[in-house]
Write a protein that binds this ligand. Structure first.
Ligand code: UDX
Length: 452
């Protein structure tokens, strides 16, 4: 089988490489010449564990190739499917901008020579596949040719940092089709990925498009709900870590995605929640739950800063804050909508100094923050003479630091744990003041005062 994947961003590159991995001939296409030039040399535009070796292996076996020539890659290519995986940046009003998706559809229409299934892989609003179909039809009409084709919608559910695993062993694959022929092609393509018995679910195209938004909106809702509960736990003197365990063991609720923190970030949740609210309102419906999900999330990004502000009684000027973790979540260098940015900007506004360390996202952060903050060589260097440590991203290497060393390096022993990865009681016994999310503040001082 042969396919084309247009767009070598996160989704396109993982999709193309994983299809090549199971023996399909894949051409990945992008208009960005530099990106393609780099990919040919094995230099990837993103960080994703394991992806570089997989790209190299498949390129070497000549199952995976890269090109900037969309027209040439489509004409007479013998592709059974062409995946559109280009960006859908949010427009000013929050709706997904489809100019790249439809531009690619037109170019495919201008150049296709045989039947193929044109698959939308980018996250696109309900109705987009229909627009893709129209764009291709118009181009075929201009050419005066009658080449049969189908459109399909095949949303991705990849998590950054675990994308290869998610693609190779998916929980489910959702495909929206409108013909048996397209269903047959998609079945053949995905057969190698169904070994773990999880389903390939076929449905109509609008339902497939909606499934992606509904999945992300539901997950974002779980997070904002737990963040709201965490904030209330603090007020009421409850411990959200306990409440989480208590509710998570109910199988109807489940124990995943109920970790409170400093708000969700990344390329998907914020964008998709906004887009769904927008689509609904354009169609005369108000997504009340999602509006609150978004509001709670914006608020949550400031929660850690508010604790810092109150601990230091507003005197942040000249203080140094060590930050562990910058990316929106571990195992990625992605800084899009990262809560770290909100916290850092607030600290800088108050005249504080920030020294951050992240295992992979510092280069990406430097593009955004430049030299407004310092960057540590490692997590310990970031701590030197710091007035407080802020744990912002729960990278595995931050989980069990040597607190004796931490304590020696810092000026003041205060930890603000934005992801609840440390044990507050344990830290207070080690002489730290500890602030988590949705848990009681722990300080040795308080205990001493109580004893007096
Ligand atoms: C998400 C979806 O999981 C994926 O299916 C979709 O295709 C794209 O969007 P991703 O953005 O890579 O993937 O990250 P994910 O691991 O889902 O985390 C999203 C955000 O939620 C992160 O900021 C994370 O810190 C936060 N989160 C997650 C929580 O705050 N609490 C949780 O319990 C889980």
């Amino acid at each position: 089988m042969r396919i084309a994947v247009v767009g070598t961003g996160y989704v396109g590159l993982v999709t193309g490489t994983c299809f090549a991995e199971v023996g399909i001939d894949v051409t990945c296409i992008d208009i960005d010449e530099k990106k393609i030039e780099n990919l040919k040399k094995g230099i990837l535009p993103i960080y994703e564990p394991g992806l570089d070796e997989m790209v190299a292996r498949n390129a070497q076996k000549e199952r995976l190739s890269f090109s900037t020539d969309l027209a040439g890659s489509i004409q007479g290519c013998g592709c059974e499917a062409a995946f559109i995986a280009v960006g859908t940046p949010p427009g000013e009003d929050g709706s997904a901008d489809l100019k790249y998706v439809l531009g690619v559809a037109r170019e495919i229409g201008r150049n296709m020579t045989d039947y193929m299934v044109v698959v939308t892989k980018s996250t696109v609003p309900v109705g987009t596949a229909q627009k893709v179909r129209q764009a291709i039809e118009e181009e075929l009409e201009i050419r005066g040719v009658d080449i049969p084709f189908d459109v399909a919608s095949n949303p991705e559910f990849l998590k950054e940092g675990a994308a290869i695993e998610d693609f190779l062993k998916p929980d489910r694959i959702v495909v929206g089709v409108a013909s048996e022929k397209a269903e047959k092609v998609m079945k053949k393509l995905y057969k190698p990925f169904l070994m773990n018995g999880h389903p390939l679910i076929f449905m109509d195209i609008p339902s497939a498009e909606m499934t992606k938004y509904a999945a992300n909106a539901m997950l974002a809702t779980k997070i904002s709900f737990m963040n709201d509960i965490a904030n209330l736990c603090e007020i009421m003197g409850a411990d959200v870590n306990m409440v989480r365990k208590g509710i998570g063991s109910d199988v109807r609720i489940g124990n995943k995605f109920i970790y409170p923190g400093i708000g969700y970030g990344g390329s998907c949740f914020p964008k998709d929640v906004k887009a769904l609210i927008r689509t609904a309102s354009e169609n005369g419906y108000q997504m009340r739950v999602l509006q609150s999900v978004e509001e709670v999330n914006e608020n949550q990004k400031s929660v850690l800063y508010n604790k810092i502000h109150s601990h230091f009684q507003g005197n942040l000027s000249g203080k140094t804050f060590a930050i562990w973790g910058l990316s929106f979540k571990p195992k990625t260098d992605d800084m899009r909508e990262a809560p770290s940015l909100v916290i850092i900007r607030k600290l800088l506004e108050q005249g504080a100094k920030v020294r951050a360390y992240d295992p992979v996202a510092m280069e990406e952060a430097r593009h955004i923050l430049g030299d407004t903050i310092e960057y540590g060589k490692d997590e310990y260097e970031a701590l030197i003479d710091a007035d407080a440590l802020l744990l912002v991203t729960e990278w595995p290497e931050f989980r069990s630091p040597n607190f004796a060393v931490v304590s020696k390096l810092m000026k003041d022993k205060v930890v603000f744990d934005g992801r609840n990865i440390y044990d507050g009681v344990d830290l207070s016994e080690k002489g730290f003041s500890y602030y988590g999310i949705g848990v009681k503040k722990q300080t040795q001082q308080t205990e001493a005062t109580v004893k007096l």
